[in-house]
Design a protein around this ligand. Sequence first.
Ligand SMILES: Nc1ncnc2c1ncn2[C@@H]1O[C@H](COP(=O)(O)OP(=O)(O)OP(=O)(O)O)[C@@H](O)[C@H]1O
Ligand SMILES: [Zn+2]
Length: 632
Amino acid sequence: MPRETNIVKIVGQESYDKLRSTKCLLVGAGGIGSELLKDLILMEFGEIHIVDLDTIDLSNLNRQFLFRQRDIKQPKSTTAVKAVQHFSNSKLVPYQGNIMDTNEFPLHWFHQFDIIFNALDNLSARRYVNKMSQFLQTPLLESGTSGFDGYIQPIIPGKTECFDCTKKETPKTFPVCTIRSTPSQPIHCIVWAKNFLFNQIFSAESTSNEEEEDGTKEWGTDDVEEIKRIKQETNELHELQKIITFGDKSRIPEIVEKLFIHDIEKLLLIENLWKTRTKPTPLTKTQLDASMNESKKDLHLNNNSVWNINEQLSMFLSITGKLMERMKKEHTIEFDKDDQDTLEFVATAANIRSHIFDIPLQSVFDIKQIAGNIIPAIATTNAIIAGLSALVSLRVLNLLKYAPVKTPLDLNMAMTAKASNLSQDRYISNPTLARPNCECAVCTKVTRGVVIVSDPTITLKEFIAELRSKYGFSEDISLLDLSEQRLLVDYDFDDMVDRSLDDVNLKNGSLLFFCDEEENDAGMCRKPLELYLELRNEISGQNIPKIILPELDITWIKPSSAEPEENEAERETSKEKVGGNDGAVIILDDDEAQPSTGTKRSISELDNGFESDNKKAKVAGQFDDNAIIELD
Ligand SMILES: Nc1ncnc2c1ncn2[C@@H]1O[C@H](COP(=O)(O)OP(=O)(O)OP(=O)(O)O)[C@@H](O)[C@H]1O
Ligand SMILES: [Zn+2]
């Protein structure tokens, strides 16, 4: 029996025909994406466009069942399509690229799709696609998994909560002083070993400490003595780096003495720190001497057991020697959980510090999980979540006659929940969707639209005049470029008004924010506009207008809520980021990082949600595989 017959039995001929003419976008061909692609094909969607930026890795093969060993290093999107083509009645279009690349995937490219499926693993891409769906009013099926947990969320723009309507959990972060002076948990010592110690002493160049010296850094503590000590300690780490680079193994004990004896002794001198805490106990010279003899022997220790302090020390000495040797050839070494030397260095350094602070020690295996940000990916969770996402898409498109959707609020999201605190069993709960959050900067605080510009030589003055005349804004306007986080024009800053869009480097995909200061009699102001710029040189011609502005409802709101978007990710990063280059692990508390309430905002406060991953700190949500320290 052909597959079609079964589907027609379930959805009926009319809905089946609609399905056959439905064009969908699948973003991500990883764990959930592979499953979803198979499901969407089996449901016989007309066209499936699949985007993934990555290539296949050995570690993907256990669950990304479309890929084989021979596919390693091949693009995920094209390989996935090749693997399913033989049983597909859908037109499949793969792209290897970053969905946030506005050149390859401009907004009008998104416009062709009836529905979008997110099968991503990071917040910035999720936020970006969410925003595209809001711009174009295209339904989005958001999904994610983390170990045994998972969720799907249908998002119907304007009608139901968007991805950014709810606060996303971010990875745990720690004040610098906890990491550098007062650790109380194994994770604090692991972060210290990996992000401060390892990064400082095995990097090629010294990290500049200018920032620390010019007083701009915030320390998460007011204790002058402590700040002085941390600064000095950082300088001394540069000295250790020199010992490592010089490669004289006879000086390794100096490293141990500094880190685990002298630095701790200095810490003990800051009495304030120990009023309410247990004092650390520095190592002794005798311990060090004993371990030095041991370290010369061949050490065979089990990675799954917790070594005693002497074993930790002996291993630390021997592994530091090994890395010193490697530095001669490699010049710089990065921490990699799968590089046993770097892992053992971090594990032993962390454990020695834990011992000093009376914190339980961990096995190398346990430290690998934490330092390597490993959350086990479970194939079954991905399969369940992808299946739910595919099924719910039928309701989003209203193709299930026996379960008609009268209002989008009839739709359900789905998530796994623990059956109880004691049991590991999960069940699936399926609450109905909520309305958009009236405080959400993405879907409710601005009016969005797409401006098509066929002639980028028009000046900002002309551009603003067109906007004002179309939407009735007052003279006292502000125009901001959210993509580059800069002010283009406002009442006090009109230096650039005679320059063209080209001159000021506005591009296809630039995001503009336009607001004015006028208040009506009721003390309300116009809801600001967020405009996506689409440059369409190809449509220029004699009778083509230079600018085509969208039809928008201009609504009035209370002035305090007229703010450019500040999403949670950026709010987190407005806290100072310190430490390693592999994510926002250590963040100082910054009580002043509160959103301001005025209509006009300083440029530094603006966020567009369009930054690349590395520009933005990798703040990750609960279902984000980049989560740094969040483990189940
Ligand atoms: N901006 C983006 N554009 C396109 N694809 C993206 C983007 N960000 C992430 N992806 C893709 O989303 C997919 C997410 O899949 P998944 O969560 O299974 O991660 P993975 O990288 O395959 O596996 P793991 O991280 O567990 O090794 C990945 O294939 C990743 O390449
Ligand atoms: Zn929202």
